[in-house]
Design a binder for this molecule. Structure first.
Ligand code: SF4
Length: 506
């Protein structure tokens, strides 16, 4: 464990995930931490397990320093480097304020490069178009860690060059060229690293240089209760749905609190022509939208409303569709559908299409079954909540073209198709709720719906699936099915709630 003032690779990772995290870890009483979520614990376990598996089948001799700790480990690493060991596992390097424990150090091109083993994809997938020039781009969170190890190797005078490797979950060795620009107007990973290193050093140096912000990254974070308390006490702007850290930082000088934004005369900030405001990257419509949300929160008994009338499309059946995926194994393991039968007075039932075997055939069969259901109900309206189902179905169609084509998925989800994305099409553009986010969980709960499970979340579902995958436990599988069914019912509750919202134009 690094002492105060020491910058480690995990701190750079944490900083990119949330710029306030390092400060909380360094300066706040650990007693205020929430318990680590089972989902995060599972990620750690999976990471360790995967690393052990990879090391067990590395296929060439290597020096294993994983049994050593601290100074002893570092001394052994330096000695191994001095005698040019070809491959060093679990070494330790430090210099000045930097400390790194790269998974592997490999001797090549007259020096050493760092290799990290990751139980995720080695790069971000950008395009399904195989002819695209850059269908993948490196992950910054991986890149800054490799950059720290490379910095240490360079300081010790033994670096093979400004690059490193990720050994990823697909068994691919992905090269990270740290000085290559990430895009025409984007800095290189090395520049990202230098900025992270500076910011982490500053955050470690004194408390209060960073601020919390209510974002989706808070959900699995151990500081979520502590930060939420601070944010609510200070009426922080990030309590407004979708405002986020970057906009808060731009707006905070003029509007330190939700109350300040609610009562402000916005005209003062509109530039001549009315198309821009004095706030970088925030247009007049966006500013008005957040003022609307701030004003609603100031009301005594704030009630949700819709800004213009909306009529749900009619169909003989309505399908409320929700998929569950395991991003670590890259499986889409469940398609849950609540089917409401308009021809039978709105009677409804739940159907689940489960990946029975952890194989491509298992995934394909589940997809084929739900696709058959969709095809067999050509007059049905299909409700989803977010673009996630479309993204998944495009991916599955590309993977299993014998089930359906990507074009068929596009036709179903695209303009003129039968799918209604309640979140993107209705909730976001037309409704206000006086809540801190617009997730289906938050809004359905606002309407009085209760999940049967005590810990309902997508992250929990992934963790339960992991348990089922390892044990085949039927109780765990049923827990996932119940949770997914409740998600689908919640969507129906939300649809009915939206239909009853009072219309309140701006
Ligand atoms: S709770 Fe949110 S703001 Fe606070 S440290 Fe965690 S991610 Fe950052």
């Amino acid at each position: 464990m690094a002492g105060t003032g020491v910058i480690s690779a995990s701190m750079l990772y944490a900083h990119l995930t949330c710029p306030h995290r390092v400060s909380m870890d360094a300066h706040v009483d650990p007693a205020l931490r929430d318990p680590v979520s089972p989902f995060v614990e599972m990620l750690w376990e999976r990471g360790t397990l995967y690393e052990t598996e990879v090391i067990a089948r590395v296929g060439q001799p290597f020096l294993d320093l994983s049994g050593l700790e601290g100074d002893e480990k570092e001394r052994a690493t330096r000695e191994a480097i001095a005698r040019r060991e070809p491959l060093i596992y679990s070494g330790r390097l430090s210099d000045g304020e930097l400390l790194g424990v790269p998974d592997l150090l490999r001797f090549e091109n007259g020096g050493y490069v760092a290799i990290d083993i990751k139980s995720g994809a080695g790069a971000e997938f950008l395009s399904e178009d195989e002819s695209a020039e850059t269908p993948f781009k490196p992950k910054k969170t991986y890149g800054v860690q490799l950059a720290l190890y490379t910095d240490l190797l360079a300081r010790l005078g033994v670096s093979a060059g400004c690059y490193g490797y990720i050994w990823d979950v697909y068994g691919v060795e992905v090269r990270y060229d740290l000085k290559a620009p990430l895009g025409p107007r984007t800095p290189s990973l090395w520049e990202v690293y230098l900025e992270c290193r500076r910011a982490v050093g500053e955050a470690l140096g004194q408390p209060g240089v960073t601020r919390p912000a209510m974002t989706s990254t808070c959900k699995p974070c151990v500081w979520r209760s502590a930060c939420a308390k601070t944010l609510r006490e200070s009426e922080d702007l990030t309590l407004l749905p979708e405002l986020g850290r970057a906009r808060r930082d731009v707006l905070a000088t003029e509007f330190p609190t939700v109350r300040d934004l609610a009562v402000a005369n916005l005209e003062r900030f509109f530039q001549p022509g009315g198309k821009k405001t004095t706030f970088r990257g925030i247009g007049p419509e966006t500013l008005r939208k957040f003022q609307r949300r701030a004003a609603l929160l100031q009301e005594k008994d704030p009630q949700p409303y819709i800004r213009k009338p909306w009529t749900a499309p009619s169909g003989d059946y309505e399908l409320f569709l929700d998929v569950e995926t395991d991003p670590l194994r890259d499986w889409c393991y469940l398609h849950g559908v609540v089917i409401r039968d308009g021809t039978q007075g709105g009677r409804e039932h739940f159907e689940a299409f489960w990946m029975e075997t952890l194989t491509p055939v298992g995934e394909r069969d589940a997809f084929a079954s739900v696709w058959n259901l969709i095809r067999s109900r050509p007059g049905a309206v299909i409700y989803v909540y977010s673009a996630y189902e479309k993204t998944q179905y495009r991916k599955l169609a590309a993977r299993y073209p014998e089930v359906c084509s990507v074009e068929e998925v596009d036709a179903l989800f695209g303009p003129g198709g039968r799918v209604v994305d309640l979140y993107t099409g209705v909730v976001r553009p037309s409704t206000e709720w006086a809540t801190e986010d617009f997730s289906v969980k938050t809004l359905a709960k606002r309407l009085g719906f209760k999940w049967r499970d005590t810990d309902p979340s997508g992250a929990s579902s992934i963790q339960w699936f992991d348990e089922w995958a390892r044990t085949g436990n039927g109780t765990v599988k049923q827990r996932i099915l119940d949770y997914n069914e409740d998600d689908c019912v919640a969507m129906r509750v939300l649809l009915e709630g939206i239909k009853k919202l009072p219309v309140r134009p701006d």
